[in-house]
Write a protein that binds this ligand. Sequence first.
Ligand code: ADP
Length: 403
Amino acid sequence: MSKTAYLVLCLLAGFILESLFQLNVYVLIIIMTVIFAYFWHIAEQAAAYEAQKEHQELQVKVQSTSKDAHLKLKQLTTMVSSIPSPLFLLDQFGVIVLHNDVERVTLSTYEGEETYLQNGYAPCVKEFIKDAFILEKHLERRMEISGIVYQVISVPVMSLGKFSGCLILMQDISKALEGERMQKQFLADASHELKTPIAVIKGMLEILNRDDFCDPQVEKDFLYQMEQETKRLEELVKDILTLSKLANDHPVLDRRKIDMREIIEAEVNSMRKAAEEKGLTIKTTYAYEEAVFCDPMRMRQVVTNLLSNAIKYSEQGTIDISLAKEDADVVFSITDCGCGLHEEQLAHIFERFYRVKDDRSRNSGGSGLGLAIVKSIVEAHKGQIKVFSEVGKGTTFQVYLKN
Ligand code: ADP
């Protein structure tokens, strides 16, 4: 009830008292003043109570809103800091209002509130942000900073239809570009390798198909060579397919507990004759006899490739094969007494299609994919391969497998 209503009530009460009891005017005034003061007090208390209630409600609202805002800020900060690429937000004055750690570490060292122009960004980044502010639209640009290639994206931030800053994300695409480059290189190398035997077969077929061709001896030689080239082609395609299967992020392996000695023995027996024909002896030492958890077919490929290389690149002497335990690993080693490899050759031997440029490698007829396949198989097993070599003395390959 309003204070005016109380005043009217007081006057009404005074009028009633006066007409009932014929009171003295002073007494009437005092009574009316007391009644009015009482009503006034009640009204004040009610108003104070209302105000307190409103204040409490407001306080609860403010608290929950600030809690919400705090939570949202925390979520945003966590999200921003978990993005593994430099990311930062600029307001309409170009001041960096939010950034993640990657941005600080890779792009700038300046702390505190600053505009992008004061910051230690590379000139190309500053230029890009300037364009984003001028054009006020989504922009994308590729740039190289300290040897890293970034795909930089700017997203305009609009508030009530007005440009109020932009979000900049810089994505490191160096690895993807390198992968792309390697894939292109692999395709070019594979096509080149496939072209050679095809050209040889095509040339011979053209000669054999000539109307005036009638030399039985040359025909026999050509047919033999064509057979050899076809075999080479077949091997090459098989190796390329193996590599592409192993290049998968999670190559399919048929892993089980196997006795590595059985695999080694089988491969040694199948190649012993070829080794002996070259005056080579194969010696095996087994200091580890437990089963190893791996794909037997793939492990056979590893042993075959390493042993056939040891035979191919050695002349006379002994090839030592051993199986031992080193800490938590099982180590399969193969040491030959061959030509050995230089430091710079060692740096490349696991690359696809790499062949040492000497007569021995050229005459071996290999594709240069053998060691790349071996490395891929070992890595698919989460193992490691090491190589040590001395020119003129020999080479050792060590395969470390987890058991
Ligand atoms: P390839 O099938 O042509 O032998 P690899 O990938 O198996 O291809 O080997 C790559 C190169 O590494 C070969 O050209 C060869 O010169 C060299 N190489 C491999 N193994 C040995 C070894 N045991 N001794 C000397 N050189 C080797």
